[in-house]
Design a protein around this ligand. Structure first.
Ligand code: SF4
Length: 396
């Protein structure tokens, strides 16, 4: 099995999305406008360099026209816009600006010789099990500068510029570097170049050998995590709005369905009714708890001041009993440690302490506990579902 950078990234962002996309292979045909713009810009720049390779140097207008006609012929209703402040036209213009700015900055493209364009690369990684795992990806452009010098170019249409620190965490181009070094024996100097087209900026990085080895090992470890994952949990984040698989996700399918309903239909939908009623009763419960707390304080004061334990109402009586409950010093303080020491010393620790399910379960994750002991604990601890409901004021 070969893994791509986007596969690993998808798993790290949301294991459920990974399962839906790469294991269940669900295809919706939907695409975010950002992804659509990115692929159209990539196609225009690929065309530009293919022309350069054929000794043609397209003008800025020619490449801009190519971008526009590709946009017009491929845009469809499956392309969706998430950010409500912007429309399709805004993205089309941004992509066009990226292409034009790039052309102006690099014309007449006389830098390195493009030896690879949109090339699929495969990098063998060493899986901790000893098996070979292939990392695969599409490298945007590889330039040869002669004398064993190469540049790996990557086009980005993101409207966020990464920091130096972000670049240093890069995995994708670093693994491509391994593929280039594998493919070209003379490769002695490889530079990673990101073109942040929306900013007309070029960011560069050189990797040390030790960085490449560390990144390859981390990628192999992520592959291992994917292969041993059984539950593929959904991980909600700000990225969910851009997820094409929301209709298959338990976290988002109902909100998406409700969003598409008209106001009249919404009132009839049982899920929406239940959510609204639960929110309303939770609000009333909270109000009631606050008021009960205030009354309780007032009643205790009244009781002390008048020295009465039973307070007669018009149709009920409040009975106050003054019991006592033991209170232990809080966790982490000196008295708590002392208490534990004394209990252990007199052999009463086991009587006084209680087995806590969550604490016991947390031991399963502890690497410092022997693997066999953890396996034994895992066999003894069972799990039951404990659903909790929380009212969020946000309407997705
Ligand atoms: S909508 Fe969010 S939580 Fe659900 S699969 Fe997509 S990314 Fe994951």
């Amino acid at each position: 099995m070969a893994y791509s950078h986007s596969q690993l990234e998808t798993y790290q962002n949301c294991p459920l999305k990974y399962r839906l996309q790469y294991v269940d292979r669900i295809r919706t045909g939907r695409k975010s406008i950002e992804a659509f713009m990115g692929s159209t810009v990539h196609a225009a720049l690929e065309k530009l360099y293919r022309d350069v390779l054929m000794s043609r140097c397209p003008s800025e207008d020619e490449i801009a026209d190519y971008y526009q006609s590709l946009w017009d012929t491929t845009i469809s209703d499956d392309v969706f816009v998430v950010r409500q402040d912007y429309c399709v036209e805004d993205y089309r213009q941004t992509g066009l600006r990226c292409v034009r700015d790039y052309h102006r900055r690099h014309y007449p493209f006389a830098g390195g010789a493009p030896v690879w364009l949109e090339r699929k690369v495969v990098i063998p990684l060493e899986h901790p099990s000893g098996e070979r795992v292939d990392f695969t990806g599409i490298l945007d452009r590889l330039d040869s500068l002669g004398e064993g010098r190469y540049e790996i170019h990557d086009y980005k249409t993101s409207t966020t510029l990464p920091s130096r620190h972000d670049l240093e965490r890069d995995r994708q181009l670093s693994l491509y570097q391994l593929a280039v070094e594998d493919a070209f024996e003379d490769a002695r100097e490889v530079e990673l170049v990101w073109h942040y087209l929306a900013f007309d900026r070029e960011l560069r990085l050189r990797r040390e050998r030790s960085d490449l080895e560390r990144i390859a090992a981390e990628a192999a470890a992520t592959v291992r995590a994917i292969e041993s994952c059984e539950d593929f949990p959904a991980r909600e984040s700000a990225l969910c709005g851009w997820c094409e698989l929301q209709a298959y996700c338990p976290k988002r399918k109902h909100p998406v369905m409700v969003m598409e309903m008209r106001e009249r239909e919404l009132g009839m939908e049982r899920g929406a009714q239940l959510a609204d009623q639960y929110a309303e009763w939770s609000r009333r419960k909270k109000e009631a708890e606050e008021r009960l707390g205030e009354l309780r304080e007032e009643i205790l004061e009244f009781s002390s001041y008048h020295a009465v334990d039973n307070i007669q109402g018009s149709s009920c009586m409040l009975k106050l009993s003054r019991g006592r409950a033991p209170k232990l010093p809080p966790d982490g303080c000196e008295q708590r440690d002392e208490l534990e020491r004394v209990l252990r010393q007199c052999g009463a620790w086991e009587d006084a302490s209680r087995l806590d399910a969550r604490r016991a379960a947390s031991l399963l994750e502890r690497e410092d506990i022997d693997r066999e002991v953890r396996a034994c604990l895992a066999a003894l601890i069972s799990w039951e579902e404990t659903p909790t409901l929380r009212v969020s004021r946000r309407r997705d």
